[in-house]
Design a protein around this ligand. Structure first.
Ligand code: PFF
Length: 452
């Protein structure tokens, strides 16, 4: 029955594929583009520290909570809640996740499009001989164009849609399992180059020496929101993916591994970027362009920089792709399983609607950059509401569902694979799930919104 279910619900053929899919979803633009950029905006070390605390106390327990829900119910995000808590309102976080998926993929597709442009620029050797100011101008000039970023966004969304449609997610996830270690190696090489640049230590101090005077409520909320974003939490992605996991999988070990890998890659990306930011005199709070402005400088200072640069942007695009298909999958699984739409129609509809919603995001970097509401552009608003409001609230409900509704016995049965495995961490996990995670999320959330 179980195998039949997996086959019918079409997805990953093997255990390897599922783990690769979860890691592929977590590791993406969040680690390499967003983490360094918001760390720069919110002042460095103290922000990083809050981020790491959020990952350990909140992120990890919620990863495990989503795994418990998904694997127990073996359904999409909304269907899982309906199955485990029939006749209740517990499906609401599933609906919120669906909306968050729409919003996140809208701006994610835009930034992923930028990586394709940069891949193209790398291949055509466009960075050669450019100084930091030129590279900054190059990025600004590119994102403020009308058509070109949208062109790349459409290409990227087309690729995402095509992979989901062709049902070859398993293939791409397995390929990414081979490719992501290569990306890791490039980042480590970049790290070595970056930390040996003159003036690098200032960048490391910025990243790792907390200066609490720079920490604001808004910064803390962003650290929390980013913990969710980076781990693909709070919107049912991991519920959906774990619904395909085998009943033999050790959920806790997998949760720890994914969390460590995801956080490690973000930190390594930070180590590649901040020393270079200071060495080249770039503004750490430069915003969404930080990675695109900084790294081409570093590649120029490296033997073989031309090839490394191509490989880096290629793999960054692949990392973005394995994340974007996981976001689209949340929407498609819902349309197919709950609304009984045909998979093809569901995929094309969802991808088109999301791409259209992404267009104003792209424009808000250029022609619409002055169109702001409370100092945020359309792009900023989508990111803010999805990452900092919907994901933490979704996560709060998910963890509370496991802590309070499912309760210890059912959770224990699921994490121990019906008594096969030991789970000495269970009391700690239940404590985090019932009390710590919900309370901390609520406090950071209200404080960040200025309500507390
Ligand atoms: N975790 C992805 C990243 O860090 O790039 C982004 C993401 C994927 C967010 C899936 C949310 C999600 F459900």
């Amino acid at each position: 029955m179980e195998t039949k279910d997996v086959v019918q619900r079409d997805s990953f053929g093997s255990k390897l594929g599922i783990i690769a899919a979860v890691a592929g979803s977590a590791v993406g633009l969040g680690n390499i583009w967003k983490f360094p950029y918001i760390t720069g905006v919110y002042g460095g070390g103290a922000f990083v520290l809050v981020y790491l605390i959020c990952i350990a106390l909140i992120g990890l327990p919620i990863v495990l909570s989503e795994f418990v829900i998904g694997r127990k119910a073996q359904k999409n995000a909304i269907g899982s809640f309906k199955k485990l808590a029939p006749g209740t309102l517990w499906f609401v976080p599933g609906i919120m996740g669906l909306v968050a998926a729409f919003m996140i993929l809208a701006f994610y597709g835009v930034v992923a499009g930028w990586t394709l442009e940069y891949l193209f620029k790398a291949i055509t050797n466009s960075f050669v001989g450019k100084n930091p100011a030129d590279l900054e101008g190059m990025f600004g000039g590119f994102i403020s164009q009308l058509a070109r970023p949208i062109f790349w966004q459409i290409i990227f969304m087309g690729l995402t849609c095509w992979i989901v449609l062709a049902g070859i997610k398993g293939g791409i996830e397995k390929a990414s399992k081979l490719l992501m270690p290569v990306l890791l190696v490039i980042i480590i090489i970049l790290d070595i180059r970056a930390v040996t640049l003159p003036g690098a230590s200032e960048g490391l101090a910025f990243l790792f020496k907390p200066d609490f005077s720079k920490l604001t409520g808004e910064g803390m909320l962003n650290a929390l929101g980013h913990a969710f974003f980076s781990l693909s939490l709070g919107m049912g992605t991991l519920i959906t993916y774990s619904s395909y996991m085998s009943k033999k999988e050790n959920l806790a070990t997998t949760a720890v591994q994914v969390t460590i890998a995801d956080t490690g890659i973000a930190l390594l990306a930070g180590i590649a970027i901040f020393p270079a930011v200071f060495a080249f005199g770039i503004e750490p709070g430069a915003g969404p362009g930080l990675v695109f402005i900084t790294l081409p400088n570093v590649f120029q200072q490296m033997p073989g920089g031309y090839f490394f640069c191509i490989l880096f942007f290629l793999l960054l695009a692949v990392a973005a792709l394995t994340s974007s298909i996981s976001i689209l999958e949340v929407v498609v699984a819902y349309f197919v399983e709950e609304l009984k739409l045909a998979r093809r129609a569901a995929t094309i509809m969802a991808a088109s609607a999301i791409t259209i919603m992404g267009i104003p995001c792209s424009l808000s970097m250029g022609v619409w950059s002055k169109v702001k509401f409370m100092d945020k552009t359309f792009f900023d608003w989508l990111d803010f509401i999805a990452s900092n409001v919907m994901l933490p609230l979704g996560g709060l409900l998910i963890v509370a569902f496991v802590g309070w509704y499912l309760g210890r016995e059912k959770t224990e049965a699921e994490v121990t694979n019906e008594g096969e495995l030991k789970a000495g961490y269970l009391p700690l996990f239940m404590f985090l799930a019932k009390f710590v995670a919900p309370v901390v999320i609520a406090i950071v959330f209200l404080h960040g919104l200025g309500l507390f």
